[in-house]
Design a protein around this ligand. Structure first.
Ligand code: IPM
Ligand code: MN
Length: 354
């Protein structure tokens, strides 16, 4: 019997549905080529669904996701709803309820014309950021006292646990071990925010188990400078949640923008979630102009996670071939049709399989 993988699909808001459709086009073609099956369950969570039913995201769905190997998510966010409400319910909900402690963000430049930095070429921009995904300022611990008054007090807690640091750091070392340069950088701000010393110490301890990996350290402010000045100095980096959120958006720009950047939210061995990092871009919705390459890339990361390594590598090769040859000329919305890019990548993965 053919290998089967169960995936939950949440197209979400805005351009989510259109880009996920193209992503599924590509992964379905690869399933056919490589002889595996993707059993899909579609979920309707979105602003439209919320406005119709009053349901943002039912708790029971988390148990259903656990019956799948992966969740494939389009985009969440809609200006008609309270800021961040649906994002917290769906995206943060998934990360916390499924304990997806690794946010994996490859930053790879496919062609130099997409890089905003002068003289930087694909060989200069090829790194993976491992962002902690379940702690830090994202736990929701804190609040506002005397809201809206002159005496207002707001508290947001940056929370780090030994377990939380250790597991994500260990994941990053394993990842670094599988890459040619065998380098891992810790990024923190332990000089000014002293409790972040838990990261420094945990990193040093785990490093003893990986003598083959060259380690390095930078404070987040300096790391941002280096990313712009010398992106080639990065290979793998691991960092706390909120720094990772900011650093990976900077990274996305260095690799060509939100049109291409994808991420995996992982709990190795358990149900994990894959998403493009662009938002829902409501203004492009339904116009067939959004660039689906980020969603297609996220689909490739999902295949890799499912163990379909050859199929996953083809997604990357196909995108690289289409971008370097100029057949996909731009990453901007509107320069190609959404469906056209999906068709081009699908044709290319078929060509790579002949
Ligand atoms: C991301 C997003 C989320 C985050 C938002 C939507 C909650 O910016 O995935 O990086 O801050 O983590
Ligand atoms: Mn972000």
């Amino acid at each position: 019997m053919a290998r089967e993988h169960a995936i939950a699909v949440i197209p979400g808001d805005g351009i989510g549905e259109e880009v996920i459709r193209e992503g599924l086009k590509v992964v379905d073609a690869l399933a056919e080529i490589h002889g595996f099956r993707l059993r899909k369950t579609h979920y309707p969570w979105s602003a439209d669904h919320f406005l119709k039913t009053g349901i943002a995201h039912p708790d029971a769905a988390f148990d259903e996701y656990r019956q799948h190997q992966a969740v494939y998510l389009g985009a969440i966010g809609d200006p008609r709803l309270e800021v961040g409400m649906l994002e917290r319910a769906v995206i943060a909900g998934l990360r916390f309820k499924l304990d997806l402690y690794v946010n994996l963000r490859p930053i790879k430049l496919y062609d130099e014309r997409f890089c905003p930095l002068k003289d930087k070429k694909p060989e200069h921009v090829d790194m993976v950021v491992v962002r902690e995904n379940t702690e830090d300022a994202y736990t929701g611990i804190g609040g506002i006292f005397k809201h809206g008054t002159q005496d207002e007090v707001a508290i947001a807690t940056m929370l780090y646990t030994r377990k939380g640091c250790e597991r994500v750091i260990r994941y990053a070392f394993e990842l670094a071990r599988g890459r040619p340069r065998k380098k891992l950088m810790l990024v923190d701000k332990a000089n000014a925010v002293r409790p972040q010393d838990i990261w420094t110490r945990t990193f040093a301890e785990v490093a003893k188990e990986y003598p083959d990996i060259a380690t390095d350290h930078a404070y987040i402010d300096a790391a941002c400078m280096w990313l712009v000045k010398n992106p080639e100095s990065f290979d793998c980096a691991v960092m706390p949640n909120i720094f990772g959120d900011i650093f990976t958006d900077l990274g996305a720009m260095v690799q060509g923008g939100l049109g291409i950047a994808a991420s995996g939210n992982l709990h190795p061995g358990k149900t994990s979630m894959f998403e493009p990092i662009h938002g829902s871009a409501p203004k492009y919705r339904g116009k067939n102009v959004a660039n689906p390459l980020a969603a297609i890339n996220a689909g490739g990361m999902m295949l890799d996670y499912l163990g379909e390594k050859e199929a996953a590598a083809k997604v990357d090769r196909a995108i690289a071939a289409l971008l370097t040859s100029g057949r996909i000329k731009s990453l901007n919305a509107g320069d190609h049709k959404t469906t056209e890019i999906g068709d081009l990548v699908t044709a290319e993965v078929r060509k790579l399989s002949k």
